[in-house]
Write a protein that binds this ligand. Structure first.
Ligand code: PBG
Length: 331
C-alpha cells in the first residue's frame, strides 16, 4: 500500500491552519459551573480539597453568579448544605430550604443564568445516603427505600422549580425517578421544565473531594447498591434508554474522564443531548499535581475538557468552568 503521495500534512504547520481543520471546539457555551451554598451571610469558606471552590452564603453566591454570567457561562448547578440535616432530609423539599432561597435570590438579580439544581437527598439526610433508609428485617441490613424516596424527590423537584429553577437534575439513581419527577412537574404546570438525568452514574472514588465539600459522606455503607459498577458499559445504555423513555431531556455520564468510552457509546446510540460531569476528584488530582509544579494546570485542564467534548459530550459540568471561560477568552 504505502502512503499516498500527497498527504494533507501541510495543514498542521501553523496554528491558524490548525484552527481551520480542527474537529472539536471547546467554548464557554459548553460549560456549567457547580456551586455550593450554605446558610449565613458574607460567607465564602474555602473547600480545602478543591482549591478555588467555596461554600458560599446566598449573598456571596449571587455575586459569584454575576461574575460567571459576565464571563458568558450559560449555567450553574447548585448544591446545598442545609442548616440542619435529619433522617428525612426535609430541608431538600422545604420552601424555606437553602437551595430554594438561593434560587430565588439568583433569579432576581442574574437573569440570563440558567439555574440547574441537583435533586438528591444525600446532602440533607443525617445518614448521608441518597434516599430514605429502611431496615430489611429479615436480612438485618439497612438499605435505601427506593419507592419511598421517589415521593421525596418529586417534592424536592417541584419545590426547586417553584422557586425558579430552570432545569432539575436528579442524581440519586433511584429506579423510576425520572418518570415520577416528570409527572409531578407536569401536574403542577411545569411541562416546559427540562430534566437533566444523571443516567450513567458510577459508584466512583472520584467523588471524594465533593463529599467533603457538600458534607455528604455516607455515615455507614456506601452507594454501590444504587450507583453503577465501573466494570459495566452496556448497562449504561439500558439506564439511558429507561431515562429517555421516562422523559429525560438531557442524559448525563458521571464521572467523565474514566468513562469517555461510555460517553461515546451513548452518543453513537442515542440522538440525545449528553452532559458529562467532570467530577471533583478529576479536578483535585490535577490541582494537587499543579501545586507541586508537576504539571501545567491550564494546559492539562483544557486538554481534559477537550477530550470530554471530543468523546461526544454536548455540555460539561466542571469546577474549571470559571477558569476555562477566562482561558478560552484570552487564547
Ligand atoms: C449526589 C452527588 C454527588 C456528586 C454530585 N451529586 C456525590 C455522590 O454521588 O456521592 C459528586 C460530584 C463530584 O464529585 O464533583 N448528590
Amino acid at each position: 500500500m504505502g502512503f499516498p503521495k500527497h498527504r494533507p500534512r501541510r495543514l498542521r504547520q501553523t496554528e491558524t491552519m490548525r484552527r481551520l481543520v480542527r474537529e472539536t471546539r471547546l467554548t464557554v457555551d459548553d460549560l456549567i459551573m457547580p456551586l455550593f451554598v450554605r446558610p449565613g451571610k458574607g460567607i465564602k469558606q474555602p473547600i480545602p480539597s478543591m482549591p478555588g471552590n467555596f461554600q458560599m452564603s446566598v449573598d456571596v453566591l449571587v455575586e459569584e453568579a454575576k461574575v460567571l454570567q459576565g464571563l458568558g457561562i450559560p449555567g450553574i448547578i447548585l448544591f446545598g448544605i442545609p442548616e440542619k440535616k435529619d433522617e428525612m432530609g426535609s430541608d431538600a423539599y422545604s420552601d424555606e430550604g437553602i437551595i430554594q432561597k438561593a434560587i430565588i435570590a439568583i433569579k432576581k438579580e442574574v437573569k440570563e443564568m440558567l439555574v440547574i439544581t441537583d435533586v438528591c437527598m444525600c446532602e440533607y439526610t443525617s445518614h448521608g445516603h441518597c434516599g430514605f433508609i429502611k431496615r430489611d428485617e429479615k436480612r438485618g441490613h439497612l438499605d435505601v427505600d427506593n419507592d419511598m424516596t421517589l415521593e421525596l424527590l418529586a417534592k424536592e423537584s417541584v419545590s426547586h422549580v417553584q422557586a425558579g429553577a430552570d432545569i432539575v437534575a436528579p442524581s440519586d439513581m433511584m429506579d423510576g425517578r425520572v418518570g415520577v419527577i416528570r409527572d409531578a412537574l407536569d401536574e403542577k404546570g411545569f411541562e416546559h421544565i427540562p430534566i437533566m438525568a444523571y443516567s450513567a452514574k458510577y459508584a466512583s472514588g472520584f467523588y471524594g473531594p465533593f463529599r467533603e465539600a457538600a458534607e455528604s459522606t455516607p455515615g455507614f455503607g456506601d452507594r454501590s447498591s444504587y450507583q453503577m459498577d465501573p466494570h459495566n458499559a452496556l448497562e449504561s445504555l439500558r439506564e439511558v434508554a429507561l431515562d429517555i423513555e421516562e422523559g429525560a431531556d438531557i442524559v448525563m455520564v458521571k464521572p467523565a474522564l474514566s468513562y469517555l468510552d461510555i460517553i461515546r457509546m451513548i452518543k453513537d446510540r442515542f440522538n440525545y443531548p449528553i452532559a458529562a460531569y467532570n467530577v471533583s476528584g478529576e479536578f483535585s488530582i490535577v490541582k494537587a499535581a499543579a501545586e507541586k509544579g508537576w504539571i501545567d494546570e491550564k494546559r492539562v485542564a483544557l486538554e481534559i475538557l477537550t477530550s470530554i467534548k471530543r468523546a461526544g459530550a454536548d455540555m460539561i459540568l466542571t469546577y474549571w468552568a470559571k477558569d476555562a471561560a477566562r482561558w478560552l477568552k484570552n487564547k
